[in-house]
Design a protein around this ligand. Structure first.
Ligand code: FAD
Length: 410
């Protein structure tokens, strides 16, 4: 089925001192489950945990080591709001569908927090408000309109004046929408924790096992690696985006490099000088910039996305992307100029034409379900994918499924 491009470069802060874990064996010999999952990132691990928790026999097959693809690169802001606002989504799909997509995304972020807590997954999970701000005076009316639209549709959203933004963050924005009760966590630890939960509930986990192909059988499918096979009634493809083997879906994705810097831990005094409170930030520019604190008082600074470049130009693009990030945030938060950077990394993410994921079947691939293409919302939508795919497996029909189907653009 083909392998993805290298999913990231540089060492993310989460991998510097990764939590201890059991290693999983490669897939050898023949095994049989009800549902096979290809890909051991946050999506595959959430699917494994929810399915195994519902009593379904699952087997997860990871090409390399679990959690070390885009998931390890993630800054893991768990936002209720999708990348596209209600205004923009409403233009594409009408107000009712836009509102339902927002509801599903809001519920997914809330339920992911509840699930991680209920399952006892230790991952530095912290509730945080987020501020969606603008620096551009000409964007203020549109942002205010978006805030009003959110309130009318029943989504809590406060408008913050420039003075209120400055008091809360130290930045000179023209205004912002504040969303309460978002969250952040350590994505690598969350992925490992969810897999532990899945394994405890009987899931089979295999690492260092690239899936070469998926064969059709009369009564199901067979996931084939170089040393073994995993038979199942159904397979879920959770590889982040479509790998080259899936030719029609692959054309739907645009791959981008995105960059993150992690500062040194800031002292109490440095945090006071910076003026940035305990909130997560993202801006209205496209591509957007974002920032959030870690629990050990580092600041994660992200954004500066660029369309994917060939391997030999990736190092130069990395230098340019991280430099642009630094310049943007030094201008935004001048006290940052004296703060050193400990980590810089870059990862790939896959965007779809409407910035929403594909969740569900594809006409060309019987007995396959896909969970791919989250843009900047992999934490929220990865969880939503697990929930919707579980519904489908359980035979529950819902109009929600069509919102994320491959054929929604027709
Ligand atoms: C720098 C960066 C910052 C981000 N920040 C945020 C954020 O703040 N909030 C947010 O919500 N999202 C964020 N995202 C997006 C989010 O991280 C991703 O959408 C999410 O991690 C995708 O998870 P996944 O499990 O679907 O894919 P991945 O984590 O990429 O996992 C896919 C796995 O599939 C495996 N695989 C591929 N092919 C095969 C094969 N043939 N056989 C077996 N295994 C295979 C890969 O090895 C990989 O481990 C960010 C992304 C990046 C890169």
């Amino acid at each position: 089925m083909g392998m993805p491009k290298s999913l990231r470069t540089g060492t993310p802060v989460w991998l510097d001192r990764p939590p201890r874990r059991q290693t999983c064996q490669p897939l050898k010999g023949q095994h049989e489950v009800e549902v096979a999952i290809v890909g051991g990132g946050i999506t595959g691990s959430t699917i494994a945990a929810l399915f195994a928790g519902a009593g379904i026999r699952v087997g997860l097959v990871e090409a390399s080591l679990v959690g070390r693809g885009s998931t390890a690169a993630s800054s893991a802001l768990l936002l209720r709001e999708p990348d596209l606002g209600l205004t923009e989504l409403g233009r594409r799909y009408g107000a009712a569908k836009a509102r339902r997509i927002w509801e599903l995304s809001t519920d997914a972020a809330r339920d992911f927090v509840r699930t991680l807590s209920r399952l006892g997954v230790e991952c530095e999970l912290t509730r945080r408000d987020s501020l969606y701000y603008t620096l551009a005076p000409e964007s203020v009316p549109e942002l205010q309109d978006e805030q009003a639209r959110r309130c009318r549709a029943g989504f809590a959203a406060d408008w913050l004046t420039p003075g209120a933004v400055r008091r809360l963050t130290g930045i000179a924005a023209r205004g912002a929408i504040r969303t309460r009760d978002n969250a952040q966590f350590n994505p690598f630890a969350a992925c490992l924790g969810l897999l532990r939960v899945a394994a405890d509930a009987g899931a089979l986990l295999f690492e260092r096992s690239p899936v070469l192909r998926i064969d059709r059988r009369r009564d199901g499918i067979e996931v084939v690696t170089s040393k073994g096979t995993l038979k199942a009634a159904q397979v879920v493809i959770a590889t982040g985006y479509a790998t080259p083997g899936f030719q029609p879906p692959v054309g739907r994705f645009r791959l981008n490099h995105t960059y993150v810097l992690a500062t040194k831990p800031l002292s109490r005094r440095q945090r006071w000088e910076l003026g940035l409170g305990d909130v997560m930030l993202w801006d209205t520019e496209r591509p957007y910039h974002y920032a959030r604190w870690t629990n050990d008082h580092r600041l994660l600074l992200g954004g500066a996305d660029h369309p994917v470049v060939p391997g030999r130009r990736r190092a130069a693009a990395f230098r340019r992307g991280t430099r642009q990030l630094r310049e943007y945030f030094d201008a935004l938060l001048p006290a940052l100029a004296d703060v050193g950077i400990d980590y810089g990394w870059e990862g790939l993410f896959a965007n779809t034409p409407d910035s929403l994921p594909y969740i569900g079947p594809h006409a060309r691939y019987p007995r396959h379900q896909f969970a791919l293409g989250y843009g900047g919302n992999g934490m929220t939508f990865g969880f939503l994918a697990a929930r919707l795919l579980l519904e489908r497996w359980q035979g529950i029909q819902s109009p929600d499924h069509a919102l994320f189907a491959f054929d929604r653009h027709r």
